[in-house]
Design a protein around this ligand. Structure first.
Ligand code: NAG
Ligand code: NAG
Ligand code: NAG
Ligand code: NAG
Ligand code: NAG
Ligand code: NAG
Ligand code: NAG
Ligand code: NAG
Ligand code: NAG
Ligand code: NAG
Length: 819
């Protein structure tokens, strides 16, 4: 069986992936002669408190489509046109129950104006066109080029619409692609459009429009003045063209099926747009504290002894780590929810031992269920009709991990609930309280299918793969999340990683960029991939540290750890076909640098935790492209080789071989100052500098005006850090001010949601040092609220003033005054 799998991998490497020209529906609409459509918006509309209902009439066919235009809170419009002839899938489950807003209506000569807050939509009756305005400025035209298509024949359900971002010079979003953050021009005669169709696309090339593992169909148009978004709520195969022409971006969305249903995010800032999108699709729930530490994985730790040795060695060599990940080989013949008890003679003992060291066990659960009477999942699922079907009604069978496999129809609520229940402790044999999950291979994929994918006509609950393909994994992870919540009786927050994803998946899971290659170019592309993912709603993204496929140099591995420490999901993973690369296997100097990169991550765990809490609360992405905070600086518009963690930390990874300096762009102008606390240097925000680098670290800067709380005691795992003190770094701005928020809770339960002021017994918050950067030269003492005095010392040519080796208990309110 394993030999066979290798063959399949090579097959994948040689065949090419479909583009628009290979898909007849897209080829016709996008590449065929442009036939201007002729739609009319019926004047016989009805008004309700948050929108307008009417009919869209296709004058070429005389078919009519019920259409609604509604407003949502926060500056969002939604346009939905349904089909009366063929029942079509609606994707309400993708949305996080966004709140409608109220509207008022104004009658115009050839149309109506729908007003909501500081935005309005003008609907022209004939020819049908929508213009969106924000603060009286035109920001988006819909169907301006009359490319609207609504096919309603049984063999062609495709739809399309053109959008013109009337004030935009760059376009971002529509992850996941191996592409720069700023999207390229596609369009007639040029590149193929970006494709959104979830597939297992190993070892992808860079700068391509091919689809990968996940799809978030949200596109942003940006100029120095504004950002505007379009969220295309459609789970069928979709192609998106980008055409940047002076001062505007034209875009064409073409989908193979589904209803016409999209949202306009009116901005006006990048920040507003990102928050509007999260209002629709929901924020990621705050993960447990440990999840932000370092994770060790490989395909595969094949035996209990192997896994235990890896953890022991990590401890022997003083590498902090949170968890060991178990790929498919822990299972008995790749049967999900079983163990190979020969290779893992005492799984419970192993989990308990790992728990005793403060570590978790993460188990893969893939959706390839072995076709085998007697395998309990197969018996229940086949007897109850839980598998997806062939058009003739038989269970769909294809090649997966266990050989002949069938796949659960996660869109069927009963089937999903059944799989959810298997995560309960009583149903998942040989597991303890110390288990979390990784849903892999869920594009969905089948080894012997074209593009390793199912035929389009595979039948789900009510719809076909053609219509709902991109929400298979969404439906699966929703079930897994619910299963894990029930497993932990709501006491602990679930932790779940997925390979495939869709808009809204962030409510249940984190993601990674799939099977990449161990090359410098894949290290480089991982930054824009995760930045795009972050503005596509999934901030908790990571790339396999070291890359999945290929052996690599020590230098590349070190650089990957150093950069990966500044990307949310920090996990080393690789295929079995490459040399082992656990960090303790390297020479002492390499080990030291890997350890230092990992420790840097642990210093900043309080920051990651705070930012993810704030993401849940306010909706902002956690890692942000430079353009997010410096939108009117055009130098930032195409920048993706450096990024911001939150608003205050600027990360400039070294992602090239053998360099001794790198170009860093400092934004913000001469009144902004950026601090390098490794070398005690300051840079003003006036553009590019060449910054020297060594192999020991990558440049990281703190924004003047911010405060960072770090945890600097070296421990084997984050669980062992909870009573450690914080070291506080204050980076004064030009006005000698700085402020920040630090968020602390019990690190694992949902209590934080019930009571924002919750007091956690056992919570410890002490400070062991305060360093003030760019200080006045006059400080003598620091005085706390209760009158305790500490001597202030100046360090490193007066770059900072500090109190060190103190022990200050911070209760509910505390002041420390430097005088
Ligand atoms: C649509 O309806 C109009 C008016 O009834 C008629 O003239 C026209 O032929 C119809 N077109 C089609 C394609 O059926
Ligand atoms: C279980 O593990 C043993 C020991 O590694 C291996 O020989 C065997 O093939 C595995 N069995 C299955 C069904 O995977
Ligand atoms: C149903 O369709 C599948 C897939 O095309 C085929 O393999 C199978 O033989 C068919 N079964 C029947 C009973 O027609
Ligand atoms: C694994 O789980 C099964 C089913 O609960 C149980 O019978 C068996 O004893 C367990 N084996 C080990 C090694 O824990
Ligand atoms: C979906 O299909 C199931 C099973 O065929 C049926 O019971 C159910 O009513 C359908 N639901 C909808 C919303 O059409
Ligand atoms: C990586 O190196 C190992 C050991 O030298 C070798 O067996 C393997 O084929 C290499 N893998 C790849 C993908 O180059
Ligand atoms: C949670 O972890 C943080 C950081 O390690 C710690 O400050 C806090 O006291 C912990 N809370 C509890 C209740 O243990
Ligand atoms: C302090 O400044 C002096 C004079 O500019 C310089 O020679 C020295 O290297 C500096 N020391 C440190 C630790 O930066
Ligand atoms: C970016 C990159 O390294 N791409 C490579 C990934 O692996 C495939 C298969 O070997 C190569 O063809 C790509 O060039
Ligand atoms: C599948 C795979 O390993 N592809 C390529 C990844 O990158 C290395 C190093 O450049 C190549 O040698 C591999 O062929």
């Amino acid at each position: 069986m394993k030999a066979l799998l290798i063959v399949f991998l090579w097959v994948t490497a040689v065949h090419s992936w479909n583009s628009c020209s290979d898909e007849p529906f897209c080829d016709r609409i996008r590449n065929g002669p442009v036939i201007q459509s002729d739609f009319v918006f019926s004047e016989g509309y009805m008004v309700n408190p948050s929108g307008v209902l009417s009919e869209l009439i296709d004058r070429n066919t005389n078919r009519t489509y019920p259409i609604s235009i509604s407003a949502y809170e926060g500056g969002i419009f939604r346009i939905t046109a349904n089909d009366r002839i063929v029942p079509r899938v609606q994707l309400e489950q993708v949305l996080d129950d966004p709140a409608l807003a109220s509207i008022t209506l104004t009658n115009l000569f050839n149309g109506i104006q729908i007003n909501s807050g500081d935005s309005y939509a003008i609907i022209e009756y004939s020819p049908f066109r929508i213009s969106i305005y924000k603060n009286y400025q035109l920001i988006l035209l819909i169907n301006d080029q009359r490319r609207l298509v609504y096919n309603s024949d049984a063999d062609d359900l495709s739809i399309a619409v053109d959008f013109t971002f009337t004030d935009a010079t760059t376009a971002y979003g529509i992850p996941l692609h191996a592409e720069r953050f700023s999207l390229q021009n596609t369009g007639p005669g040029g590149l193929e459009p970006y494709r959104l169709y979830n597939v297992d696309h190993c070892c992808y090339d860079n700068f391509i429009q091919d689809s990968l593992y996940g799809a978030e169909p949200v596109l942003y148009g940006h100029s120095i003045r504004r950002t505007v978004g379009v969220f295309w709520l459609n789970a069928a195969q979709t192609f998106v063209d980008i055409n940047r022409i002076p001062y505007q971006v034209e875009s064409l969305f073409v989908s193979e099926a589904g209803i016409l249903d999209f949202f306009v995010l009116t901005g006006p800032t990048f920040d507003d747009c990102a928050i509007q999108y999260i209002k629709l699709t929901g924020p990621a729930p705050l993960q447990q504290y440990f999840t932000f530490g370092y994770h060790q994985s490989r395909w595969s730790y094949e035996s209990q002894e192997d896994a235990e040795t890896v953890l022991r060695q990590l401890d022997n060599y003083d590498f902090p780590v949170e968890s060991i990940w178990f790929d498919v080989d822990y299972q008995d013949g790749a049967r999900s929810f079983t163990w190979n008890l020969t290779a893992f003679p005492d799984p419970v003992g192993m989990q308990n031992w790992m728990a005793s060291t403060g570590r978790r066990v993460i188990l893969i659960i893939h959706p390839h269920f072995k076709v085998e009477p007697g395998y309990f999942v197969y018996d229940v699922a086949s007897a109850n009709g839980y598998f997806v079907k062939n058009p003739n009604g038989t269970d769909f069978v294809g090649q997966g991990w266990p050989g002949d496999s069938s796949w659960i129809d996660f869109l069927n609520p009963e089937a999903r609930a059944y799989i959810s229940s298997l995560y309960l402790k009583e149903n998942f044999p040989n597991t303890t309280d110390n288990v979390y999950v990784w849903n892999d291979m869920n594009e969905p994929e089948v080894f012997d299918g074209f593009e390793r994918s199912w035929p389009r006509d595979v039948v789900f609950y009510n719809y076909t793969n053609r219509e709902v393909h991109n929400i298979f994994s969404f439906s699966q992870v929703k079930g897994t999340y619910e299963g894990l919540k029930a497993r932990y009786e709501n006491r602990k927050r679930p932790y779940l990683l997925t390979r495939s994803h869709f808009s809204g998946s962030q409510r249940y899971t984190i993601m990674w960029t799939g099977d990449n290659n161990s090359t410098w170019s894949h290290l480089q592309i991982s930054f824009p991939m995760c930045l795009s993912s972050a503005i596509g709603g999934i901030s908790n993204c990571g790339a396999d540290i070291g890359g999945f496929a290929g052996n690599l140099t020590d230098e590349l591995l070190q650089r990957w750890y150093q950069a990966g420490a500044w990307i949310p999901f920090f996990r080393a993973h690789s295929t079995r076909y490459v040399e082992r690369r656990e960090p303790f296997l390297y020479p002492p100097d390499v080990r030291t640098r890997l350890r230092n990169a990992m420790r840097e991550r642990y210093y900043y765990l309080p920051l990651w935790y705070t930012l993810f809490y704030e993401h849940e609360r306010y909706g902002r992405p956690v890692i942000r492209p430079m353009v997010y905070h410096y939108p009117s600086d055009i130098n930032t518009h195409d920048m993706d080789n450096q990024w911001l963690v939150g608003a205050d930390v600027l990360v400039c990874p070294v992602a090239e071989e053998g360099v001794t300096s790198i170009g860093v762009y400092f934004p913000g102008g001469s009144s902004e100052v950026w601090f390098d606390m490794t070398n005690n240097l300051m840079y003003y925000g006036i553009g590019y500098y060449s910054v020297p680098v060594t192999m020991d670290s990558i440049p990281v800067f703190h924004r003047g005006g911010s405060i960072i709380a770090r945890t600097e005691v070296h421990r084997p795992a984050s669980d062992l850090m909870h009573t450690d003190p914080y070291s506080i770094y204050v980076f004064l701005d030009m006005n000698y001010q700085a402020s920040s928020t630090l968020y602390i809770d019990d690190n694992e339960s949902f209590d934080y949601r019930d009571d924002p002021e919750a007091i956690y017994p056992g919570a410890v918050f002490t400070i062991d040092s305060v360093l003030v950067y760019r200080p006045p030269t006059t400080y003598k003492q620091a005085v706390t609220r209760d009158g305790t005095k500490y001597d202030v010392v100046y360090g490193d040519n007066n770059t900072y003033a500090a109190i060190k080796n103190v022990h200050i208990d911070v209760g509910r309110e505390m002041t420390i005054e430097f005088v």
